[in-house]
Design a protein around this ligand. Structure first.
Ligand code: NDP
Ligand code: 8X3
Length: 253
């Protein structure tokens, strides 16, 4: 019988690349995100290319009631989730703390931390009932280091790092694996979102070096998920070969 993966943030970037790779590997897919048109287009294309069975569920991960009701209203057979990829997330702005935008802070914390928790709360409970499962949380190099003006985004990804360790501990007795994947710079819609549609500024982030692409991260996730039952990959930090750290800051005289 086919396994099932639930991917948050499947409308773009890393989530969309995971959808393609898991469909290729024969998984049934539950694809989520806010942009229903993109979810539906992706579902038809995966069905055509890979004969994949796909369910789409459109909700905002910040909306606790919508998360619970959308997921709980899936048909019973779709609730046997083998793999959850907590990928939905974003960064907004790049300002020092004293100039930060209050609304941007709320959106990042609500999406990257609380949204991940809401989805995990529902799906991990199904996994506990089923006695197995694998949760993959997408953190970041920003969850391992901080860089100038990354403040709140970095804090949210540090929270994802901590929650990954906490979930691994809490869910261990139930046979549920937890993996955290921490990418460096990946060229997706991430910077366009961070700079609120300013494509020129977004492009400059990737000028002059070769960033990762979403497929690089999808392949790392697949590696973690496809290990034998007795192996868990706890944590992976994956960087472009051209990027050593998030930053190198010295205040010179
Ligand atoms: P994209 O902007 O391409 O994709 C982000 C995805 O998250 C979209 O599918 C978007 O869907 C979804 N999303 C955002 N906000 C919400 C929300 N409130 N509710 C539901 N879904 C939401 O960026 P990436 O693919 O790069 O980002 C994926 C993950 O990887 C994020 O967690 C990001 O922090 C992390 N990451 C990215 C890196 C990079 O350099 N690109 C590096 C390290 C980590 P929709 O808008 O349709 O809701
Ligand atoms: C996204 C990568 O370096 O902008 O998490 O934090 S970075």
């Amino acid at each position: 019988m086919s396994k099932t993966v639930l991917i948050t943030g499947a409308t773009s970037g890393i989530g969309e690349a995971c959808a393609n790779l898991f469909a290729y590997q024969g998984y049934k897919l539950i694809l989520t995100g806010r942009r229903l048109d993109r979810l539906e287009n992706l579902a038809s294309s995966l069905n055509e290319q890979h004969n994949a069975e796909v369910a789409v569920s459109s909700f905002d991960v910040r909306d606790r009631e919508a998360v619970i009701s959308s997921l709980e209203s899936l048909p019973h057979e779709w609730k046997q989730v083998d793999v959850l990829i907590n990928n939905a997330g974003l960064s907004l702005g790049l300002d020092p703390v004293h100039k930060g935008d209050y609304d941007d802070w709320d959106v990042m914390i609500d999406t990257n931390v609380k949204g991940l928790l809401y989805v995990s709360r529902v799906v991990s409970n199904w996994m506990v009932d089923g006695g197995a499962g694998h949760i993959v949380n997408i953190g970041s190099i920003a969850g391992k280091e901080v860089y100038p003006n990354g403040n709140v985004y970095c804090a949210t990804k540090h929270a994802v790092d901590a929650l990954s360790k906490a979930m691994r501990t809490d869910l261990l007795p139930y046979g549920i694996k937890v993996t955290a994947i921490h990418p460096g710079a990946v060229e997706t819609e991430f910077s366009i979102v961070r700079f609120k549609g300013d494509e020129e500024r977004a492009q400059k982030v990737y000028d002059g070096f070769e960033p990762l692409v979403a497929q690089d991260i999808a392949e790392a996730i697949w590696f973690a998920v496809s290990r034998p039952a007795h192996v868990n990959i706890n944590d992976m930090l994956i960087m472009p070969a051209a990027q050593a750290t998030a930053s190198n800051i010295i205040r010179k005289r």
